[in-house]
Ligand binder design. Structure first.
Ligand SMILES: C[S@@+](CC[C@H](N)C(=O)[O-])C[C@H]1O[C@@H](n2cnc3c(N)ncnc32)[C@H](O)[C@@H]1O
Length: 277
């Protein structure tokens, strides 16, 4: 049975509002690796890519200039609904589909991406699908980021104190048992023990992704977590209190009531694994 934790419309709309997209350096690294083993067509692009577990298109939109056609697939109809709302590109389409059974023909794809989602898949079935879809020389890229932003040693900086509010929300949900432990442990290890599907492999860690979030967007980010949405489902009152507590902590740090419009500098840390067929 697939794990389906991103199903409600509220969850998907918070996801679209607040999740970070991978930084340019990460996308450039994928394109460079792809080009080094599978030169692009005469028009400078490749024919087809598929972004698996696409969410609301956090990666799909970033690769739009490199492929004639891009398909984003996700098991959640709500996520695909948000992706479709945001899509203005004629070469991008989205479909509800499981990662383990993608509606594209054999050896038709140059790049398969899986951003912040591989830890939810049936890996054996998904790898069979990656192998079926990729042309020889095609690339599989799996990447992700630590769920809470980098916490520095600088205890005086307001940004760092606010980043700690996000971390505290993460660890509180962990203590309450709302995170899927094996999946999150695997993600937060940077998939260190993951065997990639092909022998030609590259692993890059520590890719920084600086973002500026409003106070409201920090709260939306917390609300985009699967663990928070599991709490909402099981105990809506407690979920409301949980957000009120995060707001209270932010108010204390900022020493003001309007925490919603304040701008906060945060840095997410990504890792990237690539493997060439
Ligand atoms: C944390 S989100 C990542 C979304 C997006 N790729 C990103 O980078 O933000 C994980 C996504 O994987 C999807 N997902 C989980 N299991 C799946 C499966 N077996 N097949 C397809 N999508 C799946 C979820 O519905 C969710 O949208």
């Amino acid at each position: 049975m697939p794990i389906q934790l991103f199903e409600s419309e509220n969850h998907a709309s918070n996801y679209a509002l607040a999740r970070p997209s991978p930084p340019k350096l990460l996308i450039d690294s994928i394109v460079k690796y792809l080009q080094s083993g599978l030169p692009s067509n005469k028009n400078g692009s490749w024919t087809q890519a598929v972004d698996v577990g696409a969410g609301s298109g956090q990666t799909t939109f970033l690769i739009k200039d490199y492929f004639d056609q891009i398909l984003g697939v996700d098991i959640s109809a709500a996520q695909i609904g948000e992706a479709n709302k945001r899509n203005t590109y004629p070469n991008i389409s989205f479909k509800v589909s499981r990662a383990e059974s993608i509606p594209l023909s054999d050896e038709s794809v140059s790049l398969v991406t899986a951003s912040q989602c591989l830890h939810w898949f049936d890996l054996k079935a998904f790898y069979n699908e990656v192998d079926r879809l990729l042309v020889p020389g095609g690339v599989f890229a799996a990447f992700g980021y630590f769920v809470y932003p980098i916490i520095s040693m600088d205890n005086c900086s307001v940004d760092n104190k606010l980043a700690q509010v996000i971390k505290k929300a993460y660890t509180d949900l962990e203590e309450m048992g709302y995170w899927e432990q094996p999946a999150m442990k695997f993600l937060h290890s940077n998939y260190v023990d993951l065997k990639l599907p092909f022998d030609d492999c590259v692993r890059i860690t520590g890719i920084k992704c600086p973002v500026t979030y409003s106070g409201q967007k920090c709260l939306d980010y917390i609300k985009s977590w699967s663990a928070y949405n599991s709490l909402v489902k099981s105990n809506p009152e407690k979920a409301k209190l949980f957000i009120d507590e995060a707001v209270g902590r932010m108010k204390n740090i900022l020493n003001c009531e309007d925490i919603y419009s304040i701008q906060i500098n945060l840095t997410f840390e990504f890792f990237l694994l690539m493997s060439r067929k």
